[in-house]
Design a protein around this ligand. Structure first.
Ligand code: SAM
Length: 290
């Protein structure tokens, strides 16, 4: 059944608040499934099944699908639309409240599962951070996001869109923009263009960082004032003395006049190393950060 028919039959009024834009163009469903390399062995978590168009296809191609939908009024409709699919489990919950380890234990048998989802855009960043945090149990994520977010995820140092999200995602995954998707592919059409992004996740960071928490404190401090030089941003936001900040840039051999958005992940890692040396830190110390 087509989206508009489903909406009419069940009298669905899409909720703006929940980011409900249903995918009408089926060609993108296949693109997502192909990019995620779904096989009959795979177990898949779908976030926000909506009216089940992607869920149905995932059920056809994979072993099992667990679909998490926050909107309770859609669950009844999904139960009806998916009643013949024995390999689909629906959960009425906010994905941000979900313990993904619990989901794996309760529903899946493989060591890793995949995520395939047309995300609710208002919570894209927290969902992506959750995916990264759970990379020890997730092998791939293929997600529809706002085009600008896709660009941020894939962007390299020197680009305006390069920032904390790019670093967090690229530290633990290979990022690929699979396809751009126009507004017209959805009903109702969103205000922004979209893109399908694939993240190939890995457990271990791709760059050797001495301490993850401290590394991200430094990255946050550097990007806190994008217009300032990285030296000034670190000095102001990490409360460093002028001598300390000079030592960091001498020892790392990085030009402190550069902006944060030009620094590679490796350069942030070496700043982190020298910072910890300077403060005599072996790991996280809450007294150093306020
Ligand atoms: N998968 C469907 C499709 O492709 O047509 C719907 C995608 S729509 C962009 C996003 C879906 O996420 C909606 O069904 C919405 O109700 C759901 N959603 C919004 N917030 C959520 C949350 N916190 N947890 C789980 N699902 C959520």
């Amino acid at each position: 059944m087509k989206i508009k028919e489903i909406m009419k039959r069940y009298d669905v009024r899409p909720s703006k608040r929940l980011g409900q834009h249903f995918l009408m163009d089926e060609s993108f469903l296949y693109k997502m499934i192909k990019a995620a390399e779904i096989t009959k062995e795979d177990e898949v978590l779908e976030i926000g099944p909506g009216l089940g168009v992607l869920t149905l296809k995932l059920a056809d191609y994979s072993r099992k699908v667990v679909a998490v939908e926050k909107d309770g009024s859609l669950i009844k409709i999904l139960e009806d639309l998916l009643k013949n699919r024995k390999n689909v489990c629906l959960i009425n919950e906010d994905v941000l409240k979900l313990d993904l380890n619990r989901i794996k234990k309760d529903y899946f048998t493989n060591n890793y599962f995949k995520i395939v989802a047309n995300l609710p855009y208002y919570i894209t960043s927290p969902i992506l951070m959750k995916v990264i945090e759970n990379r020890d149990i997730i092998s791939k994520a293929v997600v529809m996001v706002q085009k600008e977010v896709a660009e941020r995820l894939a962007s390299l140092p020197g680009s305006k869109s390069y920032g904390i999200l790019s670093i967090a995602v690229q530290l633990y995954s290979d990022v690929e923009i699979v396809s751009l998707v126009g507004k017209g592919a959805f009903f109702p059409p969103p205000k922004v263009d979209s893109a399908i992004v694939k993240l190939d996740l890995q457990k271990k960071a791709k760059v050797d960082i001495p301490d993850e928490k401290i590394f991200f404190k430094i990255v946050e401090a550097a990007f806190a004032e994008r217009r300032k030089t990285v030296k000034n941003s670190l000095k102001n936001n990490l409360e460093l003395s002028p001598e300390e900040v000079d030592t960091i840039f001498q020892k790392t051999d990085i030009d402190g006049k550069r902006r944060a958005e030009t620094l590679s992940i490796e350069e942030f890692a070496s700043i982190c190393r020298v910072f910890m040396e300077l403060k005599g830190m072996k790991g996280w110390d809450k007294n150093v950060f306020h």
